[in-house]
Ligand binder design. Structure first.
Ligand code: KG4
Ligand code: ZN
Length: 348
C-alpha cells in the first residue's frame, strides 16, 4: 500500500511517500531557525510557515518518490497531539487530496508515529528488524514523556506519563536558564559530554521512589533555578558544563529507572525508544547498560531524523492502521485533537 503522509503538528512541515514500512521519499522543512529567536515554537508563525510550504513539499516529495498522485492508495495525516492551528494545515491538505483523488484517509496519532519509528525502513527495506509483541515503548519528546505497554499493533496501555513538564521540555528550560536558545536538548548533551557526563551537583531524581511509573520534571527545574540563583555570573560561567551535565543526569537517571521498573512489571524483553530526546547518546548508553543487565533487547529509531518529528513514521503508523481497516469514515468530519491521547487512537 502506497501512502502519502503529512505531519504539521509542530515546527516541521514534513511529507513522506511510504510503501508498507519502506520510505520511498521524505522531505521535511524545518522552521527551527525561525523559532529559535523566540525561545520556543510560536503557533501563529508555525501555521503561516506550514501554509507557505506545504504544497511545495507535497509536490516535491511525490516527484522524488517516482510515483504519480493517481498511484497513491491512501493519505495519512497527523490529527493530534500538537498545535491546533498547525495541525489544521496538514489536515486540510490531506482532506482535499483524499477527496480530489477519491482515496481513503487515515488519521494518525503523532505519538503512535514516534512509537513505531524504530520500524521505519529505508527504500531498500533496511534495517530488516522484525519486532515481536509485546514490548515497552519509552516516548520522550518536547511535549511528551510516556511509558507504553504495547500488547499488539494498535493495542496500548499507558503505564505512566509526566504530570507536568516533558523530559525534552525540561532540557529546553534548563538550557534557557543557562543562556541558550531552543532546542536545548542538543546543547545540554554537548556541554555534558565535554565534562564526561560528570554528576557534580547530584540534583534530585524526581519521583524515583514514588512506587509508580509517573514522571514529574517541574520540581527538578525549580530546584535547578534556585541553585543557579545562588551562583554569581562568573561561577555559573565556570560551571556551565558541570551544571548542564548534572541536570541531564538527573533527568536521564529518572527515565532509565522508571523504564527498568516498567520492564520488570510487565516482564517483557523488548524496549523501543522514540521522540527527539531518544537521539541523545548519553541516554542511549544508560538505557543500553540497563537493558543488558535485564536481558532486554533495545531498539532506537534507525536513522537520526526519525527520532524527531517526521512524516515517514506517520506513513508507517498509517499503514498499520490501514491493515486493520481503520480509515476515516467521514472525511469532512475529521478534526484536529490537540491533546489527543494514545488511548483514544487504540484499537481496543
Ligand atoms: O520529537 P521532537 O522532535 O518533537 C516533539 O514532538 O516534541 O522532540 C523535540 C525535543 C526537544 O525538547 C529537544 O530539546 C529534544 O527533543 N532534543 C534532544 C536532543 N535533540 C533534540 N534532547 C536531548 N538530546 C538531544 N540531542
Ligand atoms: Zn513529536
Amino acid at each position: 500500500m502506497i501512502i502519502l503522509a503529512i505531519d504539521t503538528s509542530a515546527d516541521e512541515t514534513s511529507v513522506a511517500v511510504t510503501e508498507g514500512r519502506k520510505v520511498l521519499s521524505h522531505i521535511e522543512y524545518s522552521q527551527i531557525v525561525t523559532h529559535t529567536k523566540w525561545g520556543g515554537i510560536v503557533p501563529s508563525i508555525a501555521k503561516r510557515a506550514h501554509e507557505e510550504r506545504i504544497d511545495f513539499v507535497i509536490e516535491n516529495t511525490l516527484k522524488k518518490s517516482g510515483k504519480k498522485m493517481e498511484e497513491i492508495d491512501a493519505f495519512a495525516v497527523t490529527y493530534g497531539p500538537g498545535l491546533a492551528i498547525a495541525l489544521e494545515v496538514g489536515i486540510d491538505r490531506a482532506k482535499a487530496l483524499a477527496k480530489k483523488y477519491n482515496k481513503k484517509l487515515i488519521a494518525v496519532n503523532h505519538m503512535e508515529g514516534h512509537l513505531y519509528s524504530s520500524l521505519v525502513q529505508n527504500s531498500k527495506g533496511n534495517p530488516k528488524r522484525e519486532i515481536d509483541f509485546p514490548f515497552v515503548a519509552l516516548l520522550v519528546s518536547g511535549g511528551h514523556t510516556e511509558l507504553v505497554f504495547v500488547k499488539d499493533y494498535l493495542k496500548y496501555e499507558i503505564l505512566g506519563e509526566t504530570r507536568d513538564d516533558a523530559a525534552g521540555e525540561s532540557l529546553d528550560k534548563a538550557a534557557r536558564m543557562l543562556g541558550f536558545g531552543y532546542p536545548g536538548g542538543p546543547v545540554i548533551e554537548k556541554l555534558a559530554s565535554e565534562v564526561g557526563n560528570e554528576d557534580t551537583y547530584k540534583f534530585p531524581r524526581p519521583m524515583i521512589h514514588s512506587g509508580n511509573l509517573e514522571f514529574s520534571f517541574s520540581g527538578l527545574k525549580t530546584s535547578f533555578l534556585y541553585f543557579l540563583r545562588k551562583m554569581s555570573d562568573e561561577e555559573k560561567a565556570g560551571q556551565l558544563r558541570y551544571l548542564a551535565s548534572a541536570f541531564q543526569e538527573a533527568v536521564f537517571d529518572t527515565l532509565v529507572k522508571k523504564t527498568e521498573q516498567a520492564i520488570k512489571d510487565t516482564g517483557v524483553k523488548r524496549l523501543l525508544l522514540g521522540g527527539g530526546v531518544s537521539v541523545n547518546q548519553r541516554l542511549r548508553t544508560k538505557l543500553k547498560s540497563m537493558a543488558t543487565k535485564e536481558g532486554v533487547e533495545v531498539f532506537f529509531p534507525s536513522y537520526k531524523h526519525l527520532n524527531f518529528d517526521n512524516a515517514a513514521m506517520i506513513g508507517v503508523a498509517g499503514y498499520f492502521r490501514a491493515k486493520a481497516g481503520l480509515f476515516t469514515e467521514n472525511i469532512d468530519e475529521l478534526d484536529r485533537v490537540p491533546r489527543l491521547s494514545l488511548l483514544q487512537s487504540s484499537k481496543v
